[in-house]
Design a protein around this ligand. Structure first.
Ligand code: GLC
Length: 776
């Protein structure tokens, strides 16, 4: 980690618990820095501005299990999980260089990092610009951007104050996370080309530094601190069909019928705001959805899951029980003078639950019972920045639009209130809590669903969030537009979000705003086939964009793309499981695995899925081929096995029904049959395709479980490890099954081996434990 020298006077005071205290004098006032090592790879500086030596400002939490010496919404674990064997002298030696990165001003705390010429900056969550954020300046502040977002929009629905500094020359990476949910301003070499400055108008700023040294290590360290995604139910990895709105039970049901009749694999039908009665949460529209139980039963029989939207804004309406209950219990956010905060959303004037309080989260969480009882399977949280709008109600042209507006900064979040050192921490103003609002709604939903159905794996999709949101929800990138540049934008945004710790991410397939068309929808679906979250969604007043909407040849091409996803489900599910262990993204930028490849670092229109698949979606109208950069090694065309050499750029054919898609040599990819829904029972063997170089060696461990329950946490899963080696003309395939807690259903594995342009094939019976076969 490089540092810049600042002017503050720093004096070591003493050790306090496992923290080391320095006094920092600026002008006449004193501030404190409490430094500590968390394990061997994470270092923390808690910067406390303007204290007059009294120490109680940094001893907030109650010191019990799971607590930090301060309150955090984003950090997942208490300090007790870390231990370090470093001596005091060693700690001080390692901490001291970091002290100079901190600057206290009369109103701010700043972090200054000097940037080597080659250093690149990745992360910060959802952002529209290039992958490398160096040379950009933006506020870290969640907003529903007023207008159709495009390049150059500085803030969006989700921001994550975490980034990786990456040096291509050495391939080394390190990371920084600022634990503050109010606004932070990032200036990444704009005011001074060699300096990144992050500024917060805060009295306390905990900053974490991750030592790397690889991009994957940084992400592992960051997610060790802020938590990891729990394993999602397998169906959530399927294809999802949505629209604003399938506004009647008949329409939703007919969309489901057509998906099945036309054989488009799909796992979920989504209901947008019009299923509700006057946009009141937890209600159904009495005429358009007269019998929700009958609708969900019918959709379940067709093997669809049903997801409903739910926004935090609660209609101000004395006749509405949720509003009355919230008011009676004082669960809604208020101004400091006690006045209720009322903002307009879809239902008009609305109150906002204060999700900083455990009691409010428990209340809101229980209310989901009404939806689950009606047969709903999962929840989509939206407008949770929180966003205000008067767009549906505004008939007066002179009335200013509320788009882009949020809760007033002075609004109070009670949090722990009188129990300020407890798990919710002290009362805070919206100014300091803002970026946590969406995440705390997602947490409320996740925890509510989990306690209502303890053995299930809740699925929550959110639009807004911040660091740590991966513990509760998947994220989609909000209201994109049906245009070609938004395929490129989706790639960059999903990659940035993935390297910010949020692995489960996707963009609206086909584009949300404006009319899509057959070719655009096809190419979007080909990107969507490999996005971690794969949902087609579009806005009101746009043309329909279900897979069949534009007829042939598009419908067949879209079907093929989604079928490809379903065939790859065994691999995708294994990647999701890996993310729950080490925080790695599903969709990865090339630099992640090729950190010293300058050319790979500049690639922003291709991505890796895991370590071994590389996709290069088409994002130009009329294109029938595109240039693809393949990094080091040899590569095979996924579609026909053609070998390609790495460290080279190739012009690759891309007729409408396929896109450039590659597998790295010396790797193994498991695939299943084309399914119509993820949990469809089948007798087909599982196929392991081995892509080998001459004298190559590859191995792979497949992860499987029941795909639905929490039993995997008690060991109910299966792992199958395959390795494949060529010696001369012979290929030796070794297979080892650990099928203790869970037994996969198939009777055979098909083994396909590609070596150069030769293909060999064999079969192995399952359930034998360890097996070796030779193919020649
Ligand atoms: C917001 C969401 C969008 C949704 C619409 C209506 O614009 O981003 O996905 O369809 O609200 O609920």
């Amino acid at each position: 980690m490089n540092i810049s020298t600042q002017n503050n006077q720093v004096h070591y005071l003493k050790r306090s618990g496992y923290e080391y205290l320095w006094k920092v004098t600026v002008d006449q006032s004193d501030s404190l820095i409490a430094g500590s090592f968390l394990g061997h790879e994470i270092l923390r500086l808690r910067c406390i501005r303007d204290v007059s030596t009294s120490e109680d400002r940094y001893q907030l939490a109650d010191g019990g299990e799971g607590t930090l010496p301060y309150h955090s919404w984003m950090v997942a674990h208490g300090d007790e999980q870390w231990s370090t064997t470093l001596s005091e002298a060693e700690m001080l030696k390692r901490l001291e260089p970091y002290l100079q990165t901190i600057l206290f001003t009369p109103t701010q705390i700043q972090l200054h990092l000097s940037l080597e010429e080659q250093a690149r900056i990745y992360g910060f969550g959802e952002r529209t610009g290039g992958l490398n954020k160096r040379g950009e300046a933006f506020p870290i502040w969640n907003i529903d951007f007023p207008g159709h977002h495009d390049e150059g929009v500085t803030s969006m629905y989700t921001s994550i104050p975490f980034f990786t500094l990456h040096h291509v020359a050495t391939g080394q990476a390190s990371g920084v996370f600022i634990d503050y949910t109010g606004q932070i301003n990032a200036d990444l070499g704009v005011s001074e080309p060699g300096i990144a400055t992050l500024t917060a108008e805060a009295n306390e700023l905990p900053i974490y530094f991750f030592t790397g040294p690889t991009p994957a290590d940084v992400l592992r360290q960051y997610t060790e601190l802020t938590g990891r995604m729990p394993l999602p139910a397998r169906w959530t990895l399927g294809y999802h069909q949505c629209r604003w709105s399938y506004a009647s039970a008949e329409l939703a049901s007919s969309i489901a019928d057509q998906l099945r009749e036309r054989k488009h694999p799909a796992d979920a039908i989504w209901l947008d705001i019009d299923y509700m009665d006057g946009y009141r949460n937890f209600t159904w529209h009495p005429e358009r959805f007269p019998d929700p139980v009958a609708l969900t039963k019918k959709l379940h029989e067709q093997h669809f899951h049903v997801v409903t939207i739910l926004d935090p804004g609660t209609k101000v309406d004395e006749e509405y029980s949720i509003y009355r209950e919230g008011l009676a219990n004082d669960y809604f956010c208020r101004y400091p003078n006690g006045e209720l905060f009322v903002g307009s959303v879809w239902p008009g004037n609305s109150a906002f639950p204060d999700f900083s309080q455990a009691a409010v989260r428990a209340w809101w969480g229980k209310n989901y019972k009404a939806l689950l009882d009606a047969g709903v399977d999962a929840i989509w949280n939206d407008m949770d920045e929180p966003a205000l709008t008067n767009s549906l109600l505004n008939t007066d042209e002179d009335e200013p639009s509320l788009w882009g507006k949020t809760m007033d900064a002075s609004v109070v979040h009670q949090a722990g209130g009188a129990h300020a050192t407890g798990p919710d921490g002290p009362t805070v103003s919206h100014r300091d809590f803002h970026n946590a609002y969406g995440m705390e709604l997602a947490r409320t939903t996740y925890e509510g669903l989990r306690s209502l159905r303890p053995d299930s794996r809740p699925f929550v999709l959110t639009r807004s969030g911040t660091g740590g949101m991966q513990r509760y929800a998947a994220l989609w990138t909000g209201d994109n537009t049906s245009k070609w540049s938004h395929i490129r934008l989706a790639v960059r945004m999903c990659l940035s979000i993935g390297v910010s710790g949020q692995a489960f991410v996707g963009s609206d397939i086909g584009g949300f705003h404006d009319d899509s068309n057959g070719e655009l929808l096809t190419r979007f679906s080909q990107l969507g086939a490999l996005m971690p979250f794969s949902r087609n969604h579009s806005s009101k007043e746009t043309v329909s964009q279900e897979p069949w909407a534009f007829g042939e040849p598009y419908e067949s091409a879209i079907r093929k793309a989604i079928e490809t996803r379903y065939q790859l489900l065994p691999h995708l599910y294994t990647l999701f499981q890996q993310a729950t262990i080490d925080g790695s993204p599903i969709m990865r930028p090339l630099y992640y695995h090729y950190p010293q490849d300058e050319q790979a670092a500049n690639v922003e229109t291709q991505f890796l899925i895991g370590e071994t698949l590389l996709s290069a979606p088409i994002s130009e109208a009329g294109a029938t081929s595109r240039e693809v950069y393949l990094p080091e090694g040899e590569w095979f065309d996924y579609w026909d096995g053609t070998p390609y050499s790495g460290l080279a750029t190739h012009e690759v054919p891309a007729p409408l029904e396929r896109w450039p898609f590659f597998v790295r040599a010396n790797s193994i990819i498991p695939t299943g049959p084309v399914l119509q829904y993820t949990d469809q029972p089948h007798q087909e063997p599982l196929t392991f395709t081995c892509y080998l170089t001459k004298d190559g060696l590859a191995s792979y461990t497949l992860y499987e479980d029941d795909g639905q329950t929490q039993a995997y946490r008690q060991g109910a899963f299966a792992t199958t490890t395959l390795s494949c080696q060529t010696t001369g003309e012979t290929v030796t395939v070794q297979l080892e099954e650990q099928h203790k807690g869970y037994k996969p259903s198939y009777a055979f594995y098909t083994i396909i081996v590609h070596i150069g342009d030769r293909t060999l094939q064999g079969q192995i019976q399952t359930g034998q434990g360890a097996t070796t076969i030779k193919l020649s």
